[in-house]
Design a protein around this ligand. Structure first.
Ligand code: KG4
Ligand code: ZN
Length: 345
């Protein structure tokens, strides 16, 4: 046939997801079905993801979701060229559920299995949505990850920067909690910030000016706590001002850290014919203020800013299926059915 058709499974955190994705011979991607069930309601009362609840919810939902994805794509397992399942990093209970399901389907159908690194899924998504060419830079900012990655090719990545403490989404979530805002914190902080004064508080911008490309956000959280406790009682306007100042500090930090990354990319790949791209992924990419910052930054460094649609920026199985398709198309071998999940991969 002239395309690969892959079934993808994602269960590494609090989204249960199944998808069917095609990869045409010319490299073009097509999503035939993409089904995601968020467990947000089950975890929100606890202010964060509870691993045991997540694993049980994956068990309950996954079979139905896979069937639903097959139905929407109008195919059966016999029409699939391979199974791709996330095998790490993530919560071990969820990884076990998804990977074992993938193995079982592979065993029963005789189809190859690709055990996918969740980060590779995020990293390759822009090729599915925007068809962008290697090499490019990817910024992954979610509740669990803050990474700047050079994507040289399939299976060929170089991590340029990572957080030395909290992930960026985690910083939003913790700040929201401190201020009494609901979980998940990102959207709540962004909403409050829209009516706040970003210049009222001067929050720290850790690592700004340093040559290495890492991030640090835990000091920011401490500064927010101090600001909040220095005012009593805290009004809605105070909260809005703290959120706006918090977002401003993050914008400044990203501008400095990622600006250096873009310069380094130019230095490493001089005279590329095509305009280089910075791709964002992860839930924090939903934040309009940060998007604008990255957009402006790309403009001033001669980069193209690529932001896949939000439902493909956050956790989903289309990106896992696509990573499997890219691996298969690149001639990489499938994984053995002995492959084990790797929580900290
Ligand atoms: O990628 P994602 O849906 O899940 C994983 O972490 O894997 O990202 C969730 C994170 C949460 O920390 C949430 O607070 C943050 O993304 N987030 C936001 C916004 N929407 C979601 N952070 C800032 N601004 C937003 N609008
Ligand atoms: Zn993710």
């Amino acid at each position: 046939t002239s395309f690969l058709r892959i079934l993808g499974i994602e269960t590494s955190c609090d989204e249960t997801a199944a998808a069917v994705v095609l990869r045409h011979h010319n490299g073009q991607g097509e999503i035939a079905a993409d089904v995601v069930l968020s467990q947000l309601d089950e975890h929100s009362a606890y202010g964060g993801v509870v691993p045991e609840i997540a694993a049980r919810a994956h068990v309950e939902a996954l079979d139905t979701l896979i069937k639903e994805a097959m139905r929407r794509a109008n195919v059966s397992l016999a029409d699939v060229d391979a199974i791709a399942a996330t095998s790490g990093p993530g919560l071990i209970g969820g990884l076990l559920v998804g990977l074992m399901t993938g193995k079982a389907i592979a065993r029963a159908t005789g189809k190859p299995l690709y055990a996918i690194n969740h980060l590779e899924g995020h990293a390759l998504t822009a090729r599915l949505t925007d068809g962008i060419a290697f090499p490019y830079l990817m910024l992954l900012v979610s509740g669990g990850h803050t990474q700047l990655i050079l994507v040289r090719g399939v299976d060929d990545y170089e991590r340029w920067g990572t957080t030395i403490d909290d992930a960026l989404g985690e910083a939003f979530d913790k700040t929201a909690k401190l201020l009494g805002l609901p979980y998940p914190g990102g959207p709540a902080v962004e909403k409050a910030a829209s009516s706040g004064n970003p210049d009222r508080f001067s929050f720290p911008r850790p690592l700004v000016g340093e040559a290495r490309l890492d991030f640090s956000f835990s000091g920011l959280k401490t500064a927010v706590r101090q600001a909040a406790t220095s005012i009593a009682p805290v009004s809605d306007q105070d909260i809005a001002d703290i959120c706006a100042s918090f977002q401003k500090a993050i914008s400044r930090t990203l501008k400095d850290r990622i600006g250096r990354g873009l310069q380094r990319f130019h230095a490493q790949f001089p005279g590329q014919a095509e305009q280089p791209a910075l791709v964002v992924a992860g839930g924090v990419a939903a934040n309009q203020a940060l998007r604008q910052t990255l957009h402006d930054l790309c403009d001033s460094h001669g980069f193209r800013f690529v932001a896949p649609p939000l439902q493909l920026c956050t956790d989903n199985a289309a990106m896992i299926a696509w990573a499997g398709a890219e691996r298969m198309a690149a001639g990489l071998k499938p994984d053995s059915l002995d492959v084990q999940p790797r929580s900290r991969w």
